[in-house]
Every structure is written in structure tokens, then in C-alpha cells.
Design a protein around this ligand. Structure first.
Ligand SMILES: [Zn+2]
Length: 342
């Protein structure tokens, strides 16, 4: 039987200071060309080692080979001009200068497949790989070609499906799509968001996950959270549709979030990656705090479907804080595992 409460992270981990400036989101690389390629691989090995030492069960690359969870993927596609930038409002929340879609988008060659193969060689544990979701991708670009968010999302969904199939062939066990935009554009989620996500996972035999969160602990996000009131009910809009979708796992934010825990019953039957680690604070959770969040979730998620996780990525944190949080996640899950086996 599979181990109960297998732990994992939402994706990103801090980068070593020789690779990119620490404690900074989307920090530029410090190395160039061949040294950069080697540096990314070395950092991937470190990130893997830190997860394994902390006893994390489903490991990732810690997103050591990407600067940004959307643009690093888009950089490898045709049809997007990175020199032509426009300022757009991202997730209805903050303005950013983004590249422009100037022609038909396509993926001339695999993006992360070599990195995934490298990770696969380095560990016998199950591995999870994160890709941006179609809706979050279109929301991070200026489109001057398709002139339709939906059309562009469908194009990205096809490209993501090509990449996902090759990641699966490279030995990835869980492919995760990051869709923070699902917490904002509910009409679009309904109209075509879920459908494009289904396109992205079409034909896959490995497990698939969608990660929907309230974002990294950056100011634009913490300010936004302050406007959401005492109960964050955004998941209520999307969970019923995800419950009937073919996605296997739902990754969500929980610890220190004002998400009413009973919303988890809306995805009953799915596996749920419950965020038991707050990524917006440097305070390291105690194992007992992690255990409490998991116990609450267990009221609405069957034990064999509960996957303890972090609320979001930990890229902007210091390495020592991230390490502490990984250890707390493992220890907290172990407490609850012990209770369940009694
Ligand atoms: Zn997230």
C-alpha cells in the first residue's frame, strides 16, 4: 500500500546565492551560457537533496532552471517578442511589463524535458513537474495577434499538451499546471478555462494536478488578500467544475489563509494537496501547527487522498527558512500519520 499523506511542495524553492540573487522573486541569473547551464543543474541537485533530507515524499526540481514560472516557458516558444513589451494588469492585481504575442505560437523544441530526465536519473522517488496553465499564461502576456484570450489559451493548451506528453515519457509521475488565474476570472474558468486545462492533460496516463493559490508572499498579493474580507470563497467558484473534470489532484492554499475549510468537500473524490505551510511569512511552522491544518482538512478529505503540501512556491524565502518549513511539513505529516495508523 502507498504511504499515507505523501508530502510535496507546490514547486519552487530558493536558489543558491551563486546562481541568482537570494530572497528575490524573478531574480536574474548571475551566470552566463555554459556556466549557467551547469549552475542550474547543480542547483537542481541541491534542491533535490534538501527535499530528500527533509523527508519530502514527492520531489521536484525546485524550479531551479527557471526564472519565472510563466515567462521561462514562453521564452522557448515562437510567436512571442520579448523585446516588444507592453504594460498589462496581471490577475487584475498589479501592472507588469510583459512580452507581446506577435504571431502564431508554437513550441519548436521541448522546454523542460531534458531537465526532467536529469531529475529522474537522480532520484527513485516520485517526481512532480510544474507547468504554467493556459489561462495564467495568457494573463501574463500582451496579445497583438490572436486578439482573443480564449483563442490564445487554446493554442497554449495544445503546446502544453505536447510538453506534458514528453515529460510523462521522461518519467514524471505528476504533471502540475499552475493556474492562480482560476482564483480571479471565474466567468472565463467556466467558459473555457477548465476546457483548455482538459486539453493540456489530454491523453496523459501519469497523474495530473492543478495548483490554485493566492500567490507568493509579495506585496501586490498580500495587499489583494486584505481586500478579500474575512472569508476567501474563491474556490467555491471553481471546485465544482474541477470535481467533474479529469484532473487527478487539486493543490490549494490552506494554512493561515481565510479559506473556509469546508470548501474542500466540493472536490470530494479528488486527491487534494493541502497547503499546510504559509509561504508569505518567515515564521517557521511547528510540526503541531502543520498537523492541525491536516487534521482540519481530514474532516473533508479522505485520508488516502490527502497530500500535505505548501501553500505556494518558496522561491522568495531564504534557504534556511525554506529548509525549516520542509522539515516542519514532514514532521507534521508524520504526527498525523501516526494518529491515523492507531
Ligand atoms: Zn501558487
Amino acid at each position: 500500500m502507498q504511504k499515507l499523506l505523501p508530502t510535496s511542495t507546490a514547486g519552487s524553492l530558493p536558489k543558491p546565492s551563486w546562481l541568482a540573487e537570494p530572497e528575490k522573486l524573478w531574480s536574474p541569473w548571475k551566470l552566463e551560457i555554459a556556466q549557467l547551464a551547469e549552475g542550474k543543474r547543480d542547483a537542481l541537485c541541491l534542491a533535490l537533496q534538501e527535499q530528500q533530507q527533509a523527508g519530502i515524499d514527492i520531489v521536484s526540481d525546485g524550479e531551479q532552471t527557471r526564472q519565472h514560472f510563466v515567462t521561462t516557458f514562453v521564452e522557448h516558444l515562437t510567436g512571442v517578442d520579448f523585446d516588444k513589451r507592453e504594460t498589462v494588469r496581471i490577475r487584475d492585481r498589479y501592472d507588469a511589463s510583459v512580452p507581446t504575442v506577435v504571431g502564431a505560437v508554437s513550441r519548436p523544441k521541448p522546454v523542460f524535458v531534458e531537465d526532467a530526465r536529469f531529475l529522474r536519473q537522480k532520484t527513485s522517488k516520485p517526481i512532480k513537474w510544474a507547468l504554467p496553465g493556459p489561462m495564467t499564461m495568457i494573463d501574463t502576456l500582451f496579445d497583438n495577434h490572436y486578439k482573443s484570450r480564449e483563442k490564445l489559451a487554446w493554442e497554449f493548451a495544445k503546446i502544453l499538451n505536447q510538453e506534458a506528453r514528453e515529460l510523462e515519457a521522461a518519467g514524471v509521475d505528476i504533471i502540475q499546471f499552475d493556474e492562480p488565474a482560476f482564483n480571479v476570472f471565474f466567468d472565463e474558468v467556466n467558459d473555457w478555462g477548465i476546457a483548455t486545462l482538459e486539453k493540456a492533460i489530454e491523453g496523459l496516463r501519469c497523474e495530473t494536478a492543478v495548483h490554485i493559490c493566492y500567490g507568493y508572499g509579495i506585496k501586490a498579493n498580500t495587499d489583494w488578500k486584505k481586500t478579500l474580507g474575512s472569508e476567501w470563497r474563491q474556490y467555491e467558484e471553481t471546485f465544482p467544475k474541477l470535481q467533474t473534470s479529469s484532473i487527478d489532484l487539486i493543490s490549494l492554499e490552506c494554512h493561515n489563509a481565510r479559506v473556509p475549510i469546508e470548501l474542500l468537500q466540493l472536490v470530494r473524490g479528488k486527491k487534494v494537496m493541502v497547503g499546510a505551510i504559509d509561504v508569505a511569512t518567515n515564521d517557521i511552522e511547528t510540526p503541531e501547527e502543520v498537523a492541525n491544518t491536516l487534521r482540519e482538512a481530514l474532516q473533508f478529505v479522505d485520508a488516502d487522498k490527502l497530500y500535505p503540501c505548501t501553500n505556494c512556491g518558496m522561491a522568495p524565502l531564504s534557504r534556511s527558512v525554506a529548509k525549516g518549513k520542509l522539515n516542519a511539513l514532514s514532521a507534521g505529516a508524520e504526527i498525523v500519520r501516526g494518529e491515523l495508523s492507531r
